[in-house]
Design a binder for this molecule. Structure first.
Ligand SMILES: Nc1nc2c(ncn2[C@@H]2O[C@H](COP(=O)(O)OP(=O)(O)OP(=O)(O)O)[C@@H](O)[C@H]2O)c(=O)[nH]1
Ligand SMILES: [Zn+2]
Length: 182
């Protein structure tokens, strides 16, 4: 990787041997490993069996979970907030595990739609709840600092499973609770 990054610096017109850039390939390699560490993680290992029997069958929502990902088309960041809800079916998940599931999939090369679906499916598989709702709102640097150069657009995606798909009322309850307060 470090050789490739040094080559890249040269191709963009830089001198990889100048003082400020000497350790840049090494830093980039480390940084890229961090930004894509989701490839080395599985949902099972981050969940750590934090499933609890609870007699609660109302909606659980964890909202405003910040995430950072890389778009697979340009390898530029897209980032924003994830909102996750589920209606339990005898078991609940340790709360911190929802953000951890987001990160397992966000720290890969992604499109926002697939990231949204993967998070919803992972929660469904982990908790076996009555249903799952996931909404992601994000800004894409590939649309801001290059390309169409639109600074204020945001992209909203959602994935609804089980009762969130079948029952308009459940979906609306979720959507009204995560709606941005303006
Ligand atoms: N659906 C989807 N598209 C994305 C996402 N991230 C980036 N893109 C889009 O991927 C598309 C790639 O389009 P291309 O025409 O192949 O590439 P490009 O010439 O760099 O496109 P522009 O960004 O329009 O300059 C662009 O429209 C991006 O906005 C994402 O998460 N989901
Ligand atoms: Zn992009």
């Amino acid at each position: 990787m470090q050789q490739l990054y040094a080559e890249m610096l040269m191709r963009v017109g830089e001198d990889p041997s100048r003082d400020g850039l000497l350790r840049t390939p090494e830093r980039m390699e480390k940084s890229m490993a961090f930004l894509t560490r989701g490839y080395n993680q599985t949902v099972e290992e981050v969940l750590h069996e934090a499933l609890f029997d609870v007699d609660y069958d109302e909606m659980v929502i964890v909202k405003d979970i910040e995430f950072y990902s890389l778009c697979e088309h340009h390898l530029l960041p897209f980032f924003g907030k994830a909102h996750i809800a589920y209606v339990p079916n005898g078991k609940v998940l340790g709360l911190s595990k929802l953000p951890r599931i987001v990160d397992v999939f966000a720290r890969r090369l992604q499109v926002q739609e697939r990231l949204t679906q993967q998070v919803a499916e992972a929660v469904q598989a982990a908790v076996n709840p009555q249903g799952v709702g996931v909404v992601l709102e994000a800004s894409h640097l590939c649309m801001m600092m290059r390309g169409v150069e639109k600074q204020n657009s945001s992209t909203v995606t959602s994935s609804m499973l089980g009762v969130f798909k079948e029952q308009v009322q459940t979906r609306n309850e979720f959507l009204s609770l995560v709606r941005p307060q303006r």
